[in-house]
Design a protein around this ligand. Structure first.
Ligand code: C2E
Ligand code: CA
Ligand code: CA
Ligand code: CA
Length: 276
């Protein structure tokens, strides 16, 4: 295994602001948490709305702290990004998700796993090498991996696009998360190397009784079709929302209506039930 300078991430980066004591403590806590396997991956199904069949699952990390219990990602991912710990954590998450998906594949459950990637990881020098190493190590075919990015990665448009292109060249798919929330979404989408548009939950929340949300979803679906991209809606909680999505041409979804994110063992049981 190649060394990636484990403790050396950004250590001598003079542009970085001095870290506060709190951040340093948090960073140490997280490093310990990775070593002690306090992080866990939950999986949430992605569904083909027409058939209700599962097409894949999104890996979502949780920190199961020995004293504090389950800490949701919104509480620690931003800190992990600020401290740079997201690089080590992100690598761990990707490896776990690929390893687990390979296990499911070997058992006959051939689904695509989606892993969230932060902006910070996109600008990590050896990201592509790291991904290749993990695929090789876990023996998962790149076709069964998707990476979810948000438009926040496009602060350096050319650089980000080049990295995504390299990732796609491996055979991995790219999905753009939270789509529609950024002010420039529609103007840049055509030039992005992405396979799937994930419509932000804010448009799904009221789609069954709000014509504007319907119009936006319809517009996103139309654009996606013309660009040969797939669409998926996130945050589906109601049957009425499913009906409105169908009406507006969106054929894939994800949300509590189908299943909450589940720990590995529970997701494993769900797979076995589905197959019956
Ligand atoms: P996201 O990628 O947009 O993930 C969707 C979030 O919505 C998840 O929250 C999921 O549990 C939640 N969700 C799914 N279906 C529903 C629904 O029907 N209703 C509602 N109200 N919520 C639903 P979670 O797991 O707490 O993750 C929050 C955010 O943290 C994620 O947003 C993502 O930005 C980040 N995150 C989670 N896991 C990872 C990870 O492994 N790596 C990175 N870089 N970020 C992660
Ligand atoms: Ca996501
Ligand atoms: Ca999202
Ligand atoms: Ca989000």
């Amino acid at each position: 295994v190649k060394s990636r300078g484990k403790n050396g991430y950004d250590f001598f980066d003079p542009t970085m602001e001095a870290k506060s004591l709190e951040r340093i403590l948090m960073e140490n806590e997280m490093r310990k948490a990775i070593e002690q396997e306090q992080f866990q991956i939950y999986y949430q199904p992605k569904i083909d709305i027409a058939t209700s069949a599962m097409t894949g699952m999104e890996a979502l990390v949780r920190w199961v702290h020995p004293e504090l219990g389950i800490i949701p990602p919104n509480r620690f991912i931003p800190i992990a990004e600020e401290t740079g710990m997201i690089l080590a954590l992100g690598e761990w998450i990707l490896k776990q998700a690929c390893k687990q998906n390979k296990i499911w594949h070997d058992q006959g459950y051939t689904l695509k796993v989606s892993v969230n990637l932060s902006a910070r990881q996109i600008y990590q020098k050896d990201l592509v090498e790291m991904i290749k190493d993990i695929l090789q190590e876990t023996n998962l075919s790149p076709n069964w991996l998707e990476l979810e990015i948000t438009e926040s990665i496009f602060v350096k448009m050319e650089e980000a696009t080049a990295v995504l292109q390299q990732i796609r060249d491996i055979g991995i798919q790219i999905s753009i998360d939270d789509f529609g929330t950024g002010y420039s979404s529609f103007s840049y989408i055509k030039s992005l190397p992405v396979d799937t548009i994930k419509i932000d939950a804010s448009f799904i929340r009221d789609i069954h009784h709000n014509q504007e949300s319907q119009a936006i979803v319809k517009a996103i679906v139309t654009i996606a079709q013309s660009l040969n991209m797939n669409v998926i809606a996130e945050g589906i909680e109601l049957h009425d929302q499913v009906a409105a999505l169908k009406e507006n041409g969106c054929d894939h979804g994800q949300g509590y209506l189908f299943s909450k994110p589940l720990p590995t063992d529970d997701f494993d049981q769900l797979l076995r039930q589905e197959q019956q």
